[in-house]
Write a protein that binds this ligand. Structure first.
Ligand code: C2O
Ligand code: CU
Ligand code: CU
Length: 460
């Protein structure tokens, strides 16, 4: 049982200035929850923020009532009309729509997570309809690690050598406050602001676990980096580079939904919003006193740097990377699928304004877009105009193909978010198991999501 209070707080993120935040328990990121596979937990969230909130456990195999449907609001004290927009969000979404199925709570809500799922890194974040992007930007995000015995016994780096890394970019005003184009209505008149909002909001400061460009001291040993891209819209291509320009191997051992079957070695690791990569880096060949920089090849200027590791001391290392990491990955085949569905993810017009649409339609909580039968295997073909990281609630899936070609090396394993690149068609396969009810799939560029790139998935 956990209790989390959502409240305003401030932190010194940049030296010498205070940044007002919306937080889980007063910190950004919120508290990291660690749980065991198959051991249910209940998290009671109390909303002391000035706006309604919704909590979603991203990657959780969760009954619909606790999945954080975007209209299942937790209202703060004194808030009466669940549909009232606050004016803080995008004003491009579908706010004000009435959803007869919404289950609205006052002040607190219990979220119950059975956690009957593979061990992995999940994250929890706000999911309120039309206002998710500014809420995450202001700080409503935290990590949740699910562990199990099988993984504990593999001999992977652990303890201080296991580092969860929540990477997120932010922009700051001179007074230290977070700068978000739609937070201040006057900014939206400035030329270019609307365009930058439409594509997804980028910051010029890279935070890792809430700190700008941190330097972490490490031993000459293997480390397990559990990387989450919690940025609203920024893509990364990560490289670990030594002072003398050598690129270290990034040995991927896990994806969004847990361990791979066997390790996959990368030099360059692409990571889109909401994706997680579980990666081993070996610092044993790096001279003590020197550094390894984690850089983003897609960044420029100061957004090229993400963080650095300073090799502080010699140490022994009895960790290992087993050749077989797991044997329980689903092996769905195309011929198992009872349905093949097509979805386009494209820009379009919505009520006279720009929107982002799935299958030509903006999100509407009252419309069921997909009805799937519990237990059915389906293949979905996802087509993109520009870059869209597509996320399904409830289930993990496997990537079958990219534009008719085999999946890329980093598509390995079980995922819940897949990066559709511009112009690409990606096929995924999944089985809708576990729970019936109303779920979602959507683009996880948080601004696209708020501009209605989301759809309903009803499991019957
Ligand atoms: Cu991380 Cu529906 O989202
Ligand atoms: Cu999710
Ligand atoms: Cu998108």
């Amino acid at each position: 049982r956990y209790e989390i209070t959502q409240r305003e707080a401030s932190a010194e993120i940049l030296p010498g200035v205070k940044t007002p935040l919306w937080t889980y328990e007063g910190t950004f990121p919120g508290p990291t929850i660690e749980s065991r596979r198959g051991r249910p937990i209940t998290v009671t969230h109390r909303n002391e923020l000035p706006v309604p909130t919704v909590v979603h456990l991203h990657g959780g195999h969760t009954p619909a009532a606790s999945d954080g449907y975007p209209t299942d609001l937790v209202l703060p004290e004194g808030w009466h009309d669940a549909a009232m927009p606050t004016g803080h969000g995008s004003e491009h979404g579908s706010h004000g729509m009435h959803d007869p199925r919404a289950v609205v709570s006052k002040l607190t809500r219990d979220y119950t997570f059975p956690l009957d799922q593979r061990a992995t890194l999940l994250w929890y974040h706000d999911h309120r309809m039309d206002f998710t992007a500014p809420a995450i930007w202001r700080g409503l995000a935290g990590l949740h690690i699910v562990r199990d015995d099988a993984e504990d016994n593999l001999g992977l780096p652990e303890g201080l050598r296991e580092l969860p890394l929540m990477i997120a970019d932010r922009a700051f005003a001179a007074d230290g406050s977070l700068d978000y184009p739609a937070l201040d209505p006057t900014l939206r008149e400035r030329p270019g602001v609307h365009e930058s909002y439409l594509a997804g909001v980028l910051g010029d400061v890279i935070l890792v676990n809430g700190a700008p460009w941190p330097v972490h001291e490490v031993d000459t040993a293997r480390y397990r980096l559990r990387i989450l891209n919690a940025s609203n819209a920024r893509h990364y291509e990560l490289e670990a580079v030594t002072d003398d320009g050598r690129r270290l191997d990034l040995v991927q051992i896990g994806a969004d939904q847990g361990l791979l079957a066997t390790p996959v070695t990368h030099r360059l690791l692409p990571i889109a919003s909401a994706e997680r990569y579980d990666v081993i880096v070996d610092f044993s060949g790096v001279p003590v006193g020197s550094r390894v920089r984690l850089i983003n090849r897609l960044g420029s200027g100061r957004t090229r740097d993400v963080m650095a590791f300073r090799i502080a001391r010699h140490a022994t290392d009895d960790s290992r990377i087993p050749r077989t990491l797991s044997t329980d990955l689903p092996t769905w085949r195309r011929s198992d699928a009872v349905q093949v569905r097509d979805f386009s993810f494209r820009a379009g017009q919505m009520r006279g304004d720009h929107g982002w649409l799935i299958g030509g339609l903006p999100f509407d909580p009252a419309r069921t877009d997909v009805t799937a039968r519990l237990g059915d295997v389906e293949v979905w073909r996802l087509v993109a105009d520009v870059h869209h990281p597509v996320h399904l609630h409830l289930v993990g899936f496997r990537v079958l193909s990219r534009s008719g070609r085999p999946p890329l090396p980093h598509d390995a394993g079980l995922k819940d978010t897949v990066s559709l690149r511009p112009g690409e068609a990606v096929e995924i396969i999944t089985r809708f198991d576990g729970y019936r009810g109303r779920y979602l799939f959507h683009c996880h560029n948080a601004e696209h999501e708020d501009m209605a790139m989301m759809a309903n998935l009803e499991i019957i």
